[in-house]
Ligand binder design. Structure first.
Ligand SMILES: [Zn+2]
Length: 307
């Protein structure tokens, strides 16, 4: 029998850092054998960048999942957490084909960063109240005091777009700005931010078979870049085709490397990554959640069965 879901709230637009943190603790409780959590960084505003490990915790087959590196794309955190809840609470229940989640996930460990940018998410959700430091409230006020305007933030609380702050293609690509702001400011140099440095350390010390990055604009599965190796370009294309066969979003090749996490991931790991854009507006309205969930929930099972 399916369990009643009581932790990850998918009925409200706002899924906050605090709610998510509570949910992580609840999912861990009684499931310590299949789910652990730790913090890989503490942000400027004092929030944790959580890393959840899920599945066979000692497996050397690792799959990296990231969500909400872009603040206003916070529905990706809700999606990842809701998927995790489904798997954890039905771990040994038979699925339609007679298999179990345990059977699928027993040979792999998922490394899940459900909210890479908790400061930015909090500002997108709560405006100035999402900032803790007075200095942050002051610079945010210089941009806008409107919650509606601040809801469009992609950056972290320093005004740096974390998905432009990595070394490969840094400063390349269109639309960049030259000062801290809500979006598209890459920072003065690569890896200046606590969050990007934590991600860099994570991929420097772990070998990942695959990486899925959750974003939320356009219902597209982005893959590859012009700075990918030839053999990994093929792997990326194949992974995107597989993801598209499941969620039915269109695959699309990224052109110029632009300092994104995916660009850096290719250069360090030489394994494939796909960035899934789950919605059609930012922040994605909660009315889109159930369609997004239903399209995307099978993916991790399929990934876990790959060689
Ligand atoms: Zn994004």
């Amino acid at each position: 029998m399916a369990t009643e879901f009581v932790y990850v709230d998918t009925s409200q637009q706002i899924y906050s850092y605090d709610s998510m943190t509570e949910d992580i603790l609840q999912l861990n409780l009684g499931h310590e054998d299949i789910l652990s959590y730790e913090t890989i960084a503490t942000t400027a505003q004092g929030r944790n960048v959580w890393l959840i490990k899920f599945g066979n915790l000692s497996s050397e087959n690792k799959i990296l999942i990231t969500a909400s590196i872009h603040a206003r794309e916070y529905m990706s955190s809700q999606l990842v957490m809701r998927m995790l809840e489904e798997y954890v609470f039905n771990y040994d229940s038979p699925l339609k084909d007679g298999s179990t989640y345990r059977g699928h996930f027993d040979s792999v460990c998922f490394y899940i960063l459900p909210m890479v940018n908790p400061d930015g998410v909090s500002i997108s959700q709560f405006g100035l109240d999402g900032a803790i430091l007075d200095s942050t409230k002051t610079w945010l006020s210089s941009i806008s005091t409107s919650n509606r305007k601040l809801s469009q933030i992609k950056a972290n609380s320093n005004g740096v777009d974390l998905n432009r702050n990595f070394p490969i293609g840094f400063g390349q690509g269109g639309g960049l700005t030259s000062a801290p702001g809500l979006a598209y400011y890459p920072g003065v140099a690569p890896l200046t931010e606590i969050e990007t440095m934590a991600l860099s350390n994570l991929i420097a010390t772990n070998k990942f078979n695959y990486c899925i990055n959750y974003h939320s604009m356009g219902k597209i599965n982005y893959y590859g870049s012009n700075e990918n190796s030839a053999e990994n370009a093929v792997r990326c294309r194949d992974l995107a085709a597989l993801v598209s066969s499941i969620n039915k979003y269109k695959p699309r090749h990224c052109g110029v490397a632009n300092g994104s996490f995916a660009d850096y991931f290719y250069s360090v790991q030489n394994t494939p990554a796909v960035s899934i854009e789950i919605g059609t507006a930012n922040p994605v309205p909660i009315s889109q959640f159930s369609d997004i969930y239903n399209r995307n929930v099978p993916l991790w099972l399929v990934l876990s069965d790959l060689d």
